[in-house]
Design a protein around this ligand. Structure first.
Ligand SMILES: O=C(O)CCC(=O)C(=O)O
Length: 285
């Protein structure tokens, strides 16, 4: 078995909070460099939240997501409403590119670590990190005006089992919160900075099912900047969130229902401009 590098190097577990592990120095300088070099090759999408066949509900408007994203393993398009067991399983997870070598290596290490840290009942049968959401955080730039949109509102990750999160670039202020009644402030239960090169790993009912999590803000003081990936967006932090979607719920584009195909075909065509994988998926080969 591979050595559990992060435990051995830091000889620490997060104190007193079963279900939450944080390693501020998970990435070695070499891994960080390799990961960042790969990130710079990506052409993320800046998706719209809704689509022709999934229009905004009454009182809400079409909007662009706060940040560009890229998915590996399977792409959960916002307009298909993400993976939401137990009812939202079908036409949610569209087969996408495999992990690059550096990420596959880190994932193997993280899976071992999760099995060491968490109780068997919190690591479902068949669990493996086959899904990666790459989030680009930064500022929207329009007509020379810069708007900081580096945040994520409170939500849960519904994919079963432990979720891992690797961060590079500026540090982010991350909170787990207890949701309260409308109009009242949410109660912060745990908060921490997620540093450049860090790993956060969480599992179990408390952190997965009961609490919500969010990114309140992303620092600017480190001077981190990534290459321009999307017109009108400047990136200063990249986060890779790794999750598990049962393999039977990941489907090729051609097997999506006709309405879902219609809604995401344009995105697939956009992705295919830079990644031949998506061209092949569109052709159904
Ligand atoms: O950027 C982060 O640290 C968290 C991202 C997140 O919550 C998510 O992708 O669900």
């Amino acid at each position: 078995m591979r050595p559990l590098r992060s435990l051995r190097r830091n000889q620490r577990r997060s104190p007193g909070s079963y279900g939450l592990h944080y390693d501020p120095a998970f990435l070695s300088p070499g891994d960080r460099e390799e990961l960042c070099a790969w990130i710079e090759t990506l052409h993320p999408l800046w998706e719209q939240r809704f689509s022709k066949n999934n229009p905004p509900p009454p009182g809400r408007e079409q909007r662009q997501l706060l940040r560009p994203v890229y998915w590996l393993g399977n792409w959960q398009f916002a307009c298909l409403d993400y993976y939401r067991p137990p009812h939202g399983l079908i036409d949610r997870c569209v087969r996408a590119q495999p992990f690059p070598t550096v990420l596959a290596r880190l994932v193997a290490e993280i899976e071992d670590l999760a099995r060491e840290l968490f109780k068997p009942q919190d690591v479902p049968q068949g669990w493996h990190l086959n899904t990666c959401l790459v989030n680009f955080y930064g500022s929207r730039v329009e007509s020379g005006k810069r708007e900081d949109v580096a945040r994520v509102g409170e939500h849960k990750d519904f994919e079963p089992g432990p979720v891992a999160s690797i961060s590079v670039g500026e540090r982010a202020f991350f909170q787990f919160v207890q949701s309260t009644r409308p109009g009242e402030r949410d109660a912060v239960v745990v908060q921490q900075w997620l540093d450049d090169g860090s790993l956060q790993l969480f599992a179990g009912d408390r952190f997965k099912k009961h609490l919500f999590h969010r990114v309140q803000r992303v620092d600017k003081r480190g001077g981190h900047a990534f290459a321009k990936h999307v017109e009108g967006f400047e990136t200063r932090r990249v986060n890779l969130t790794l999750r598990y979607v049962p393999d039977e719920h990941v489907i090729p584009f051609r097997k999506l229902g006709p309405k879902a195909q219609e809604d995401v075909r344009g995105y697939m065509q956009e992705l295919a401009k830079h990644a031949p994988f998506f061209g092949r998926e569109l052709e159904g080969t």
